[in-house]
Design a protein around this ligand. Structure first.
Ligand SMILES: [Zn+2]
Length: 427
């Protein structure tokens, strides 16, 4: 069954050039983009397709969040004196509750609704160390037909008893979860060593062996977020050249691996990430909130690092890609780097998808791609309406949305072409 939408269209052409077509047609067939382009060109050949007119709105690719923790939904907005106290006081106790599958399913449902309400249609997600928390997440994502990548947090030391897993059984759990979920519908599995201080070398080596055995799975972890954490990692792994090197020695620095934060890297670390095909998930609202530091955009660009933007909720303070893009802009400004609105948008859509090998499926609206898209309302608030109405270039219009927009600017969200109905919409 085909469906067409007539509205403005934001899309990438020629690789990463962002263009806005004021009067466009997007035609969807069986959940994929069949055709997209100027309405005047496309209407004649799709005249028979039922068309929804969305006057004054713009259709844009769904956002891609490269790093977020679903069990930390209820931890968002918890203050602490930095990463390690924050983990100890709020986050790890909250995660301990996910041994209860009913709790995990309930939180997963609210978490996914919140992502969609903010226009995020694909994410790389951490579950807890409980295998049931992963089943609960994937079941909930599958019911919504979402493209999601997730995995069980591996943590066999230096954590509360309620979260600590056993080295051998944790790896057996991962293998079972990969077989059950990886490649099913639009779901993908990510081996998820939480961070090196919480994993024994044997557990990390086991995760790398699974990544070898099951090509196509992802690896995700944290690196170089906070100076106290780095000192801890260095004390635990004195033979490693750097914190990142701990992961390389374990065989975890590889294509389809995603390293959250990457704040306190040196140039050799960056070169190793590029050489190994790894990507960074840049989490500016989290880094500012926890006082972890500022991602070095200039050094990342100089090294040619692949990276995408991420919310890192609950360390991050918002699910909104607009908030994250604004924080990335501000962090870059502090180091004298100017990120254009188009570049910010790219890093939260097609660029993020490309960094993790999903750019043939999501992140843009080209024929053959999955029809996950948002419907933007550039008049969602009085000030946004005023500012976008006087924007004279695409960059100005995008920047107004980035600075002034939030979930109110997401008038609708479509997954595989179908408009999402959120629980809060039907109250
Ligand atoms: Zn994180």
């Amino acid at each position: 069954m085909n469906a067409a939408y007539r509205a403005g269209l934001l899309r990438f052409t020629d690789g990463d050039r962002l263009e806005h077509i004021d009067d466009a047609l997007l035609v969807v067939q069986d959940g994929r983009v069949l055709d997209a382009g100027p309405a005047a060109d496309l209407l004649p050949r799709h005249a028979h397709v039922p068309c929804t007119a969305l006057a004054g709105r713009t259709i844009a690719p769904g956002f891609v969040d490269l790093h977020v923790h679903y069990p930390q939904l209820d931890v968002i907005a918890s203050p602490a004196e930095g990463l390690l106290p924050w983990l100890e006081r709020y986050t790890l106790p909250a995660e301990a509750r996910f041994g209860d599958p009913a709790h995990a399913r309930a939180v997963a449902a609210v978490f996914l609704d919140e992502l969609l309400r903010n226009g995020v249609t694909t994410a790389m997600v951490y579950c807890t160390s409980h295998a049931d928390s992963v089943d609960a997440f994937f079941e909930t994502a599958a019911a919504r037909r979402l493209r999601m990548v997730a995995g069980k947090s591996l943590m066999d030391r230096h954590c509360p008893d309620a979260l600590r897993d056993d080295t051998e059984s944790s790896l057996a759990d991962c293998e079972r979860l990969i077989r059950r979920w990886h490649g099913v519908d639009r779901l993908g599995y990510a081996l998820t060593p939480r961070y090196a201080p919480a994993c024994t070398p044997r557990q990390m080596a086991g995760a790398a062996a699974l990544a070898d055995a099951y090509p196509g799975v992802w690896v995700q972890t944290h690196v170089a977020e906070n100076r106290d954490e780095i000192a801890w990692a260095r004390a635990l792994f004195p033979q490693a050249r750097s914190y990142l090197d701990v992961y390389e020695r374990a065989g975890l620095l590889r294509p389809r691996s995603v390293y959250a934060h990457c704040i306190h890297l040196d140039d050799e670390d960056r070169a190793r990430m590029v050489a190994c095909g790894a990507a960074a998930a840049v989490c500016p609202t989290s880094n500012l909130f926890l006082g972890s530091g500022l991602f070095d955009f200039a050094a990342a660009h100089a090294a040619g690092m692949a990276y995408g933007l991420a919310s890192d909720v609950g360390g991050g303070t918002s699910f909104s890609p607009f908030r994250t893009m604004l924080a990335a802009y501000e962090v870059a400004r502090l180091s004298g780097v100017n990120l254009s609105p188009e570049a910010l948008w790219f890093r939260h859509t097609l660029g993020a998808a490309r960094a993790v090998g999903l750019d043939a499926q999501v992140g843009n609206l080209a024929p053959g791609m999955e029809a996950d898209f948002v419907v933007l309302d550039p008049r969602a608030t009085p000030l946004l309406a005023r500012r976008t109405s006087i924007a004279s270039t695409l960059a100005e219009w995008l920047f107004a949305l980035i600075v002034l927009g939030d979930d109110r600017a997401v008038a609708g969200c479509h997954v595989l072409g179908d408009r999402v109905t959120l629980a809060q919409d039907v109250r």
